[in-house]
Design a binder for this molecule. Structure first.
Ligand SMILES: [Fe+2]
Ligand SMILES: [Fe+2]
Length: 151
């Protein structure tokens, strides 16, 4: 999907912009849920779900392993393990929302819960993890950015 931010701008700049992009797609979906237009809801849902899963994949497959390697943080423990666990929680919510998406009311209720999880998660990433990545991954970033371009 065509996203506005370039991975080559650096970890904080890119992933923070992608958080905002996901937020905007949720706001779009939320805004039309009550309109009774099933097709529009379906396509907004697909865009939001795809953007969220893309974001998780880019972190889990590229950012987190690189950060673990660069900092010597142990896999399966520490802050990145917490981030991965929260991703699994949020993916579980997306699955529930996918099942409920025919019902705008239920979608919105689940979405409120998901949004809370997203905000708490993103605050930790933007405050701690991404700045750490800006430092630790600076030297090898252009190679990692090229990998991220493929998502
Ligand atoms: Fe994350
Ligand atoms: Fe993130």
């Amino acid at each position: 999907m065509g996203t506005k931010a370039s991975a080559h701008a650096g970890p904080s700049a890119f992933f923070t912009a992608d958080h905002r992009e996901c937020d905007a797609l949720w706001a779009e979906l939320e805004g039309i849920c009550g309109d009774g237009k099933a097709d529009a809801v379906e396509s907004a849902w697909m865009r939001f779900d795809r953007a969220m899963r893309r974001h998780f994949a880019m972190e889990e497959e590229v950012l987190f392993p690189a950060l673990e390697e660069a900092t010597g943080m142990p896999r399966g423990a520490g802050p990145i393990a917490v981030m991965r666990m929260e991703h699994d929680q949020m993916k579980g919510m997306l699955g529930q929302m996918a099942d409920a998406r025919g019902d705008g009311r239920e979608l919105l209720d689940l979405g409120d819960t998901l949004l809370m999880l997203i905000q708490q998660h993103n605050t930790k990433e933007e405050g701690i993890l991404y700045p750490m990545a800006d430092d630790a991954l600076a030297a090898g970033w252009s190679e990692l950015a090229t990998q991220l371009d493929r998502y």
